[in-house]
Design a protein around this ligand. Structure first.
Ligand SMILES: Cc1cc2nc3c(=O)[nH]c(=O)nc-3n(C[C@H](O)[C@H](O)[C@H](O)COP(=O)(O)OP(=O)(O)OC[C@H]3O[C@@H](n4cnc5c(N)ncnc54)[C@H](O)[C@@H]3O)c2cc1C
Length: 423
């Protein structure tokens, strides 16, 4: 199959196409990879119901799903028994099958996690234990010679090799989900930001930028805006989303040979989302990053962007101050990495010593929807909540894209159970 094109209800003010529907049986708010996967699953299980995705931007997968590392995670890191562990292993397997079936380019290129000092070796052993408990396929411990065989320019004292980790363009996957949805009779309306949710006797009224849609039930997959829309539907404000800005660098084309596939550090188990990695992309680019800095706007792709409402929500949340008090030292080093390209490159050069500042250039920025509890705990697992006639995805961090098919199945199972959707 060639490039997948998706015809959607456009956002143009002069549109001649039909507007967002006045009514649908099942609405999904958010046209990222999760919203589209959920809508696709809904339409497959409820072929007689009308399903519609309402997306605020003019295009699909415009936020996290289109600005990430593009890694199909195999399930190594996560606490055994967690949703992440289960859904990542299942989801990654399904992702490879889906890409094969739909002709989406991907590569099971493998990943090496490298310990660069003795104090990291026990954590590497713990990762191996977790990965095996989770059922991550083919994990094996490797020594420094094997590290060099797999990644000739990398060094380390010990490593963990995950052959089932791979790469894909998740935006292309999201487009394929959208295509499946439309083919099965679902609808997608872009430029359709949902601003309010009103519970009626037998429906929900969603007010949005293109009027309003009444729906029997709704599933909200709003990424970095998930807390705001959940609260407007009557959900608990805990957890709040605090946006983290992750900037990537890319290796100059003539230096890409320094990285064959994926080179990762041993993560700090309390801050697993930190850690600069070297990632080959499916288009051949090699990324270095990302940084992780609290953003002053939920769409702070530009460094100077500040949105008063976003800033106020972050600052007014007690969890923000508790998190900062606890993690100020990690925060300070992240600030240094974000401010000084040389500091970020030095960090990556622990694993690939030939790397120089002159080898890199700015690439792109991703805005991470970090769910933060009132007590300052950074939510690590996937989290959901329920309101009248609705389910909300409250936290779907990495490996949310890898696990999207499995998360969609889980969410629709929950919707059938909790909302009484037709089976
Ligand atoms: C820097 C970074 C790197 C990552 N790397 C990886 C990786 O390598 N592998 C992996 O598996 N995962 C990775 N992830 C995680 C992955 O990207 C997310 O888990 C996944 O994209 C979440 O999908 P989503 O649809 O929930 O969110 P999003 O893609 O953010 O989509 C949410 C959508 O909801 C829309 N929306 C919000 N509010 C409204 C509203 N009120 N009305 C209508 N629409 C609304 C938004 O416009 C957006 O399109 C990474 C994330 C980041 C930030």
């Amino acid at each position: 199959m060639g490039a997948i094109t998706v015809a959607i209800v456009p956002a143009s003010p002069n549109q001649t196409e039909p507007a967002a529907p006045d009514w649908c049986d099942l609405a999904v708010v958010g046209g990222g990879i999760l919203g589209l996967a959920v809508a696709r699953e809904l339409v497959r299980r409820n072929p007689r119901s009308s399903v519609c995705v309402l997306e605020r931007e003019g295009e699909l997968a415009a936020h996290q799903s289109g600005h990430n590392s593009g890694v199909i995670h195999a399930g190594v890191y996560y606490r055994p028994g967690s949703l992440k562990a289960r859904l990542c292993v299942e989801g990654a397997r399904e992702m490879y099958e889906y890409c094969l079936e739909r002709g989406v380019s991907n590569e099971k290129c493998g990943k090496v996690i490298i310990a660069s000092k003795p104090s990291e070796v026990p954590r590497l052993e713990e990762l191996e234990r977790r990965g095996n408990a989770n059922g991550a396929p083919g994990l094996r411990r490797i020594d420094s010679l094997h590290i060099e065989e797999i990644e000739p320019h990398a060094v380390g004292i010990a490593g963990l090799y995950s052959p089932a980790t791979g790469i894909v363009d998740f935006q292309a996957v999201a487009r394929a989900y959208a295509h499946d949805l439309l083919e099965s009779g679902g609808a997608i309306a872009t430029g359709c930001e949902v601003s309010d949710v009103e519970v009626k006797a037998r429906s929900l009224a969603l007010a949005h930028a293109r009027g309003g849609t009444n729906t029997g039930h709704a599933i909200f997959c709003a990424g970095v805006w998930a807390d705001r829309i959940a609260v407007s539907a009557g959900a608990d404000p805990d957890p709040r989303i605090v946006p983290f800005r992750g900037a990537y660098l890319r290796l100059a084309p003539e230096r890409r040979h320094l990285v064959r596939s994926l080179i990762y550090p041993v993560p700090d188990p309390s801050l697993p989302f930190l850690g600069v990695h070297l990632t080959r992309r499916i288009d051949g680019d090699v990324l270095l990053g990302p940084t992780a800095l609290i953003a002053l706007a939920r769409d702070a792709y530009r460094l100077g962007r500040v949105r008063y409402k976003d800033l106020r929500d972050t600052v007014a949340w007690p969890g923000t101050w508790r998190m900062l008090a606890r993690w100020w030292s990690a925060g300070a080093s992240e600030l240094r990495h974000a401010a000084l390209r040389s500091a970020l490159v030095r960090l990556a050069a622990r694993y690939v010593p030939e790397l120089r500042v002159a080898d890199v250039q700015p690439a792109f920025v991703g805005l991470r929807a970090q769910a933060l509890a009132r007590d300052g705990t950074l939510l690590d697992d996937f989290a959901f909540s329920q309101t009248e006639r609705a389910l909300h995805v409250r936290s779907a961090p990495s490996p949310g894209a890898s696990a999207s098919l499995a998360i969609a199945r889980y969410v629709v199972d929950e919707a059938q159970r909790a909302l009484g959707l037709e089976r």
